[in-house]
Design a protein around this ligand. Structure first.
Ligand SMILES: *[C@@H]1O[C@H](CO)[C@@H](O)[C@H](O)[C@H]1NC(C)=O
Ligand SMILES: *[C@@H]1O[C@H](CO)[C@@H](O)[C@H](O)[C@H]1NC(C)=O
Ligand SMILES: *[C@@H]1O[C@H](CO)[C@@H](O)[C@H](O)[C@H]1NC(C)=O
Ligand SMILES: *[C@@H]1O[C@H](CO)[C@@H](O)[C@H](O)[C@H]1NC(C)=O
Ligand SMILES: *[C@@H]1O[C@H](CO)[C@@H](O)[C@H](O)[C@H]1NC(C)=O
Length: 498
């Protein structure tokens, strides 16, 4: 009775925010930080609150709540233990009192901080005779995505390109800076900020640039010491022309295949008739009883052949997925001897990944195929699982096992590398010299690789949709012996040969 009457009085007074002084020997105050407590999302933070004078807080009630949510606290300590209810479910499993209640430290530890956690927290401590509360302000900063750069022909032309940079998911507003190769800042007023309903900020900027000015441009988005940077070669028109070139090449190959097939089809029809008449002759020679059946069989067979041919023909002209049918997959296996000590190659020699998560800045090693290719058409598929993987690259190389441990050279055709690279947030890049960047399906699961040694073409496809990604038209070297090359980047998500 006494207790509830007292707490009711306490609460009414609390609502009026009038400081109360109940005559008691246990008068205390709280000491909290003056300014806001700042942290990054996903980190742990301690919201500091201490009794003054310091004394054992174990017999007291300690309540941490968001302003206005007294009845649904983030944490409630009462009757010598942390109470399961009533508490705010958003904080379940993330809050604790780790400072030492017996020493008067009632600080709240909050783990896996999210942007929604920012705001005012009330540290409320109550004894039988007295209560005190104070406010701790938490601010949360969020690091956004790596900037995505793209290059397009500028409106109005004039030899300039329009380079755009965008990055999302920041809080508060980050700073976006353009720099050239020399590291000199390029002043640019064209920064657009947009805030989504969760309060996360996206920044976008574009810049007109003369490709000859510098080898590359960098776009940095930074917030209080945290920075994300991406670079690009500002040479867009090449890519545009390339797409046209690639398209024409593919069109040519397709037409060639179609005409060959039509030719084969007609020829097959003719030979079919010949075979039919031969069998008729044979049957007649053998006797009259079977002569009715044998020719029928002959006809059936020819029809079946025709059907398979037509089916094949339709598939071929319909989509690129026909590659799977026309050039059956080659059984490509990894050569474990070429793997770096940080990499794990499965017993089946089909899968490779890093043994443990590596630093992003570390060199990304690659593994070669046991197979060597020097003639004909070869097709293989690799499960790259871009949704989960950070970076990877796949392609062909003339580098052999003997050279693998030599100095790391830039991956380009001059050094015997024709690869498609992917980096989460940055999209795709092929190892032309200079590299060509393009955006594409961020969730690419299976990559199809088609090497035509005779025509010196290497093509990459999204094997699930059949979409053509890129083709190199100049895959050649003195040795003309190629290995398939695979790099699982620096994370533990494997890449697997299908
Ligand atoms: C969060 O960002 C603000 C504004 O840039 C900065 O003043 C503050 O120091 C940052 N907080 C942390 C924990 O870095
Ligand atoms: C932070 O947490 C979110 C949500 O759990 C997660 O998606 C994100 O990858 C985390 N970021 C970092 C840098 O760990
Ligand atoms: C109180 O405990 C927190 C951890 O919860 C700690 O960060 C803080 O330094 C402690 N305060 C004092 C004065 O020891
Ligand atoms: C450059 O690209 C941005 C975004 O695509 C666009 O808003 C802007 O108008 C372009 N500027 C010129 C001059 O092409
Ligand atoms: C974006 O933010 C920057 C830096 O705070 C500011 O200078 C600029 O005016 C903002 N732009 C828009 C369109 O809000």
């Amino acid at each position: 009775m006494m207790r509830s009457g007292l707490s009711l009085r306490v609460m009414i007074l609390a609502a009026l925010t009038v400081p109360i002084i109940v005559q008691s020997p246990e008068i205390f105050t709280l000491s909290v930080p003056h300014g806001p407590i700042m942290t990054w999302s996903n980190s742990s933070v301690s919201l500091s609150c201490e009794l003054s004078p310091l004394f054992n807080a174990e017999p007291l009630e300690v309540r941490w709540y968001r302003s206005g949510d007294f009845d649904k606290p983030a944490l409630l300590y009462k009757d010598h233990k942390i109470q399961e209810a009533p508490v705010d479910p958003r904080y379940r499993g993330r809050v604790s009192l780790t400072g030492g209640l017996e020493r008067g430290n009632v600080s709240l530890t909050l783990e896996r901080v999210t942007l929604e956690d920012r705001g005012e927290y009330v540290c409320y401590v109550s004894s039988e005779q007295w209560y005190e509360k104070d406010i701790v302000l938490l601010t949360v900063n969020v690091t956004g995505s790596e900037p995505v750069l793209s290059v397009a022909e500028a409106r109005g032309g004039g030899g300039q390109v329009n380079v755009t940079c965008s990055s999302e998911g920041w809080s508060p507003q980050p700073k976006l800076t353009w720099r050239n190769k020399e590291g000199t800042e390029i002043r640019n007023e064209q920064v657009l900020n947009t805030t989504d309903p969760q309060g996360l900020v996206s920044v976008n900027s574009w810049l007109l640039y003369s490709p000859s000015d510098s080898d590359w441009l960098s776009c940095t988005v930074s917030l209080s010491g945290e920075r994300r940077e991406s670079r690009v070669m500002p040479r867009a028109p090449i890519e545009e022309h390339w797409s046209l070139g690639a398209f024409m090449t593919l069109l040519f190959i397709n037409l060639l295949v179609i005409f060959t097939l039509i030719g084969l089809f007609i020829w097959n029809k003719k030979t079919g008739f010949i075979r039919l008449s031969t069998s008729e002759k044979n049957d007649n020679a053998e006797g009259e009883t079977e002569s009715n059946e044998r020719p029928a069989e002959g006809v059936k067979k020819t029809d079946m052949e025709k059907a398979t041919q037509t089916e094949f023909f339709l598939k071929e002209s319909a989509t690129q997925t026909a590659l799977r049918e026309s050039f059956p997959k080659v059984d490509v296996t990894l050569d474990p001897l070429t793997a770096h000590s940080s990499q794990f190659v499965s017993c089946s020699k089909k899968m490779v990944h890093c043994k443990k998560e590596r630093d992003q800045a570390s060199t990304t090693h690659f593994v070669l195929s046991e197979n060597k290719f020097s003639s004909g058409q070869i097709y293989w598929e690799v499960v790259v699982d871009s949704k989960c993987k950070q970076p990877w690259y796949v392609g062909v190389t003339t580098t052999d096992a003997a050279q693998i441990n030599k100095a790391i050279v830039p991956l380009n055709p001059g050094n015997g590398f024709w690869v498609l690279r992917y980096k989460k947030g940055n999209g795709y890049c092929v190892s032309t010299d200079p590299p060509t960047q393009f955006s594409g399906n961020e969730n690419l699961e299976t990559l199809g690789v088609f090497l035509d040694c005779d025509r010196q073409i290497l093509s990459f496809y999204d094997a699930d949709s059949g979409v053509h990604l890129y083709s190199f038209a100049d895959v050649s070297s003195c040795s003309n012996t190629f290995f398939a090359v695979f790099s699982p980047g620096f994370d533990q998500v494997p890449i697997t040969i299908k």
